[in-house]
Design a protein around this ligand. Sequence first.
Ligand code: C2O
Ligand code: CU
Ligand code: CU
Length: 495
Amino acid sequence: MTHPISRRRVIVLSGLGAVGVAAGVTGWIAGTAGAGPGDRLQPGDTGAELAQPLLHDSRDGRLDVALTAAAGARTAGRDTSALGYNGTSPGPTLRVRPGDELAVRLTNGLDQPTNLHTHGLRVSPQGNSDNPFVTIDPGSTFDYLYRIPPDHPAGTFWYHAHHHGTVADQTFGGLVGALLVDRGPDLPVVADRILLISDTTLDGAGRIVATGAMDRAMGRRGELVLVNGQHQPTVSATPGAAQRWRLINTCTSRVLDIRLAGHELVQVAHDGTFLPVPVARDRIVLAPGNRADVVVRPTGPGRHALTAEPAGQGGMGGMGGMGGGGMGSGDPVGGPITLATMVTEGANSASPPLPATLPAETPPAGPATAQRRIAFRMAMGGMSTGGMAFTIDGRVFDGDRDDQTITLGTTEEWTVTNTGPLAHPFHLHVWPFTVLASSDAALPIGVPQDVVLIPANGWVRLRIPFTTFPGRSVYHCHILDHEDAGMMATVNVRG
Ligand code: C2O
Ligand code: CU
Ligand code: CU
């Protein structure tokens, strides 16, 4: 299905070229010259034991942490020009408890504006809380204060840079980290690990390789896929001894279809909230931004690969059959990517079984009082994205415009459609939603979530309780190249 584009819209969209130009003026992205496919960083840590990022834990109801975003992060065992927080990518893990205050003093050591987003956290979007409209200029510092509600679900969240226009470049650069909210139940596991997955492309000198217009249009996929900033680490395991893995897809645009050879992945949580019961799966599909907490019970001794198959993200131009990791995607790997290898050895030590039920949350009941239709659409325009514009309801992002005005306390039903050949991961800040149905007939996960893939030429129907916080925030495509190109819009929840 194609949408004729009006002359007026073409004029509106033509301003988009500036995005790519602005993003290109920076010291830490290498020029395209000299950075051919043969000129790539050789990881220095392939096969090393998986390490956990440095942990900052709250005490007595508060966590105070200083983060500096800057180039020069250690990545894949090398000193690089890639970005990080406090010198590493991912940055330190922040762990808080429901009811805590999280105070982050963010210093911008980059040569362009940045800010911080606490992806999935149910906190106020106003002032110096999870406010995506904040701009922190180079060399300056901003004090964030997030008040975690006492009834906040316990689970796996993450943080990343979110300054419109450079979100893709800065997350691809490495500005990501894990954020955990901690509160039972204690699962019978011998290890509780973060596996934060990111991708980037670094040249032989450790500089970020510039992303071309076509890759921005498709959503860039980095050639180097890392777990906790490491290349293909090993995870040690004991037969029978269960481990909890918190899988976080922080890739800029890559959908991950994750499998563990010879093992089921027993999912206990999705996007930071527990499922009602553990669900055994042979694969877990995570769109950019999604998280899944899984329990792995290692079988006999041996090496088992944790892989990501190329996921169908659609192709450009409606030519069909171009899904997966091909066509200008910057993904030279046609087959599965090895994320990590589980190495099981030693005597059997059987963990007790998982509880039969988990403390899933019951979202507020009651009828939806408003229905909205939202259309994600590709159109002509947008020089930085190869002649394609990425719009919501026919418009590119304008942070000064209210696109949806909502009354605090109401629950709405949104039908989000996608008229194009690429799947778009829909993400809404602050107010999680339940998926009611979707065009690909996949079974909804059944608990609140914050990112859902809208299938190519398809739709999803969502139920969204706007019952917690008033304030303005955003919804957008979590293919962050699309978001930067304008596929983002605002919600204003009025109290
Ligand atoms: Cu993880 Cu608005 O993003
Ligand atoms: Cu978010
Ligand atoms: Cu998109």
